[in-house]
Design a protein around this ligand. Structure first.
Ligand code: AQP
Length: 351
């Protein structure tokens, strides 16, 4: 069936509140991942909602990953989650490839989603821009269907993400709606994105028009969660800015992307609004603001880095945590995916 997506018949409110989100272990995690995702994952856990968090290693291999590095980055990502405040006893924490329901549901969704929907994804366009799109992996093209499966295998009602994932979340809603309409069921919730906070889109320190990204070839463009205090201070000192002092209003930052980015980072790290930060620093030169930002960044990130290093010294313990999380995730996802097979008409003899 290929009719346009219709108005959702189901309401998220009809489903028990459940949060799902993930991060790709496609490199070391950045300050962007921390402010846009991790920090908010912890806030959701503290709100007492059921929270499921995943290192999406199957997403990571949509572009080439060295196998040993991928394993290392997955463990390091898990250490970052825990060091940032995710408690594996309260939240479910695991890596995607350990729960086969993700891949199984992704295939069903590959058959629900339309080629045109995928082709319109800006992440697909960005990641193939200036390159031979014919040589990109089929997995990179189908990435949003796997993401929809990650979320809907748990009937998650809310997904905290950074701004860059908004379009993929809309596609998840389209897939859920089309599945429900095609099969005449009210099976999947129409999941809500949760994009909150002062730093939902942290930009590169070298170019205010580019997102801070773990796969950017320039290490100077990002702050890594594994950076030392000296490295963080040096990167902020060298961050691209302009010669003007900080203004009084957000409006005046509109055409100053690099300055705006540093103000947003300060706001995100301090839990304040950007307007509030300008209230304190209006009129200050970057010679004053950058050291204050560096000090704040180190005070927030250094304890996380120290704890990550401690956890990384015992990889067997990290593997044990991921495996226990995978068992709990499997217990939720398995019956949901089994029901999907029933709905679509697969013969499923009772085992
Ligand atoms: N710069 C950012 N600002 C705010 N949020 C961000 N996120 C990523 N970068 C920023 C959020 O982090 C979560 C996990 O993202 P991901 O690792 O799954 O994929 P991504 O968005 O493609 O992140 P990267 O760092 O740019 O990865 P690569 O380089 O491998 O493509 C998401 O919630 C994302 O919004």
């Amino acid at each position: 069936m290929s009719e346009p997506v219709q108005t959702p018949q189901t309401q998220t409110a009809a489903f028990p509140a459940r949060i799902f989100s993930g991060i790709q272990p496609s490199g070391g995690l950045t300050l962007g991942n921390y402010l846009g995702a991790l920090k908010r994952f912890v806030e959701k856990q503290e709100e007492g909602i059921e929270t499921i968090y995943c290192l999406v290693d199957m997403h990571a291999i949509t572009v080439w990953q060295e196998p040993e590095k991928l394993r290392q980055q997955t463990r390091e990502g898990a250490a970052a989650f825990i060091a940032a405040g995710i408690d594996p006893a309260r939240s479910i924490l695991f890596n995607q490839s350990q729960v086969s329901a993700h891949a199984e549901l992704a295939w069903i969704f590959n058959c629900v989603a339309r080629m045109g929907w995928m082709g319109r994804m800006t992440q697909w366009k960005d990641k193939t821009a200036g390159k031979n799109a014919e040589a990109a992996s089929l997995g990179l093209f189908a990435y949003p269907a796997l993401m929809a499966a990650d979320i809907l295998a748990y009937k998650a009602t809310h997904v905290p993400v950074g701004e860059d994932q908004k379009q993929h979340l809309e596609l998840t809603r389209d897939i859920a709606t089309k599945f429900n309409n095609d099969y005449g069921v009210n099976f999947f919730p129409i999941t809500e994105p949760v994009i909150e906070g002062a730093a939902t889109r942290v930009m590169s320190l070298r170019d205010g028009s580019k997102k801070m990204s773990k796969s950017d070839p320039s290490d100077q463009s990002r702050i890594n969660l594994t950076d030392t205090a000296d490295a963080i201070a040096a990167k902020i000192r060298k961050a691209k800015t302009d010669p003007e002092p900080l203004p009084e209003t957000l409006e005046a930052l509109k055409e100053r992307p690099e300055a705006r980015n540093l103000v947003n980072i300060y706001a995100g790290l301090s839990g304040r609004t950007a307007a509030d930060v300008l209230g304190e620093f209006a009129g200050a030169q970057f010679g004053t603001f950058k050291p204050a930002l560096a000090e704040l960044a180190v005070s927030v990130l250094a304890p996380i880095t120290t704890e990550m290093n401690r956890l990384m010294a015992d990889p067997a313990e990290i593997d044990r945590i991921l495996s226990a999380g995978a068992d709990r995730a499997e217990a939720i996802a398995r019956p949901i995916v089994d029901e999907v097979y029933e709905i679509v008409g697969m013969v499923r003899p009772r085992r």
